[in-house]
Design a protein around this ligand. Structure first.
Ligand code: HEM
Length: 506
């Protein structure tokens, strides 16, 4: 009996299934070729498999690396399919800048995957678009500045927190410990001061739980099972990580609602303590004037607060831990930092205004951020309208990944893109020089909202470590290539260091 007869005599379900797959395949091939013919050439890319797209070609632990390699073959604007989802990747400084800055509107919307759409429901800042995003972003920026972001007031809050952090380090009395939690508590507390108007004790169980859960959610969000869920949402009920992440986030929001309730009960419109108070006052004023349909509602408040914590904690904490790791790995550079700080400011607390007199230290911090590359594919964008970019047609609503790794390691912009070299930010006379391709906060309409706060935190924490913990940081064992960059995993938005890589001996 021929194979065909064999197949036809089998259960009809097999034949139907094969027929359906074949039909879908033909439909898929026809649709992909017709859309490119209709509007012009689409960005090139590796041929995708039906449903799976190009995921078999991607190193799922470090997708940004495979994407950098693909850009060598397909150019600086190319297409990959992550499962059934078509994504345009932008690579290299010139292309990323041209898209995000010169075509800020067209490339300025957020690409929102299934999980984040379910969790955020279009509220907040990070995973929102349109008028609500515009209003929340503007309000957050103005108010975070009013409550000290990038100013003297937050300098004081940061310095206070540095001292609490150093106390924790000292409690370990020279024994090795994992710095992740302590760092996260410290940077999270700075956001607490700005958002709620007060900090928490590191021993407060509710505070600890909130920060730990948020950290865990970021880790889970980057896991392969959650990526599978984003590609094939029907898998949801089978995935443990999905249940865990939803529970974590619900608990966290419950905690925030409690805190907001407390602030509401003691609200004094004449004396706002932080961002939440300002939001509540604005909401009240709008409602009193009869506007009950504004963007100032509780869901937007909770989601915006949740976004500020999620976007501002692990990013800054991880960068600081990279700082410790790199100082341990390069003791000569650590010595030069120590020498500069001792010579310029002695043993007093460093202040933001000292930065201009500490060019080497400033260069080391910038180089740490460049090499740490903690948000390697930025946060996905999406096109807000059809656009022809560098001769390629990109349809409205196409997801876009600005590959920040390829900017921070662009071979035409950096002398030694893959090594830790503070000279990248110094001129011949040892003066600090800015570099356009230094883009860890991305650029354009969606540029990191907390950039000025983060830069201030990095500088003050870094210098304070250097002053208080002189020569204390060595890595347990040595920082070998094996533990060297010990990143968390896969498609995480933020690449976290794995704890084994940054334990310290103080
Ligand atoms: C070293 C620390 C940080 C790094 C490297 C970093 C990096 C980034 C990057 C790459 C983006 C995506 C930009 C884009 O979509 O193109 C982003 C977005 C964002 N960041 Fe940061 N960030 C840091 C700290 C902070 C802090 C401290 C806060 C807040 C207190 C913050 C709040 C945000 C928010 C709200 C967004 C979303 C902006 C929007 O969608 O309009 N970030 N950040």
């Amino acid at each position: 009996m021929s194979l065909m007869e064999d197949l036809l005599l089998q259960a009809p379900s097999t034949v139907t299934l094969l027929g359906a797959v074949l039909f879908l395949l033909v439909l898929y091939l026809l649709s992909s070729s017709s859309s490119s013919e209709e509007h012009g050439k689409e960005p090139p890319g590796p041929r995708p498999l039906p449903l799976l797209g190009n995921i078999l070609q991607l190193d799922l632990r470090r997708p940004y690396q495979t994407l950098c390699e693909l850009s060598k073959k397909y150019g600086s604007v190319f297409t990959v399919h992550i499962g059934p989802r078509k994504v345009v990747v932008l690579a290299g400084y010139k292309t990323v800048k041209q898209a995000l800055v010169n075509h800020a509107e067209e490339f300025g919307d957020r690409g929102i995957n299934h999980l984040f759409s379910e969790l955020n429901k279009g509220h907040g800042i990070v995973f929102a678009n349109g008028d609500s995003w515009k209003e929340m972003r503007r309000f957050a920026l103005t108010n975070l500045r009013d409550f000290g972001m990038g100013k003297k007031a937050s300098e004081e809050k940061i310095i206070e927190e540095v001292h609490y952090l150093i106390e924790v380090f000292e409690e370990h009395k020279g024994k090795a410990f994992d710095t992740t939690q302590a760092m996260n508590y410290a940077v999270s507390n700075i956001i607490c001061s700005i958002v709620y108007g007060s900090r928490f004790d590191y021993s407060d169980p509710r505070f600890r739980r909130s920060v730990d859960q948020a950290n865990e959610s970021i880790r889970l969000g980057g896991s392969i099972s959650i990526q599978l869920y984003n590609m094939f949402p029907w898998l949801g009920p089978l995935l443990k990580n999905k249940t865990l992440i939803l529970k974590n986030i619900a608990d966290n929001k419950g905690e925030m609602k409690e805190l907001v309730r407390g602030l509401k009960e003691t609200l004094n419109p004449q004396m706002c303590r932080g961002f939440v108070d300002s939001f509540l006052v604005r909401k009240q004023t709008l409602e009193e004037s009869g506007n009950m349909n504004s963007h100032y509602h509780t869901e937007n408040l909770i989601q915006t607060v949740a976004n500020l914590f999620a976007a501002g904690t692990d990013t800054t904490g991880t960068t600081l831990r990279w700082g410790l790791l790199l100082m341990a790995k390069y003791p000569d550079i650590q010595d030069r930092v120590q020498e500069e700080i001792s010579r310029v400011i002695g043993s007093r607390q460093a202040l933001v205004e000292d930065r201009k007199n500490l060019p080497y230290t400033d260069a080391v911090i910038h180089e740490t951020q460049r090499l740490a590359n903690i948000v390697p594919m930025s946060i996905p964008h999406t096109t807000s309208q059809d656009i022809t970019f560098q001769g390629y047609f990109i349809k409205k609503g196409t997801d876009v990944l600005p590959l920040l790794t390829s900017v921070l390691r662009d071979e035409s912009e950096w002398k030694s893109p893959h090594t830790f070299n503070p000279d990248h930010f110094l001129d011949e006379e040892g003066r600090f020089v800015k570099k356009d391709a230094f883009m860890p906060f991305s650029a354009g309409r969606r540029v990191c909202l907390g950039e000025s706060l983060a830069r201030m935190e990095l500088f003050l924490f870094y210098c304070s470590h250097a002053v208080f913990l002189i020569f204390l940081f060595q890595v347990v064992g040595c920082v070998s290539e094996r533990v060297w960059p010990g990143w968390s995993s896969s498609f995480s938005i933020v690449l976290m260091l794995s704890s084994s890589s940054s334990s310290s001996r103080s």
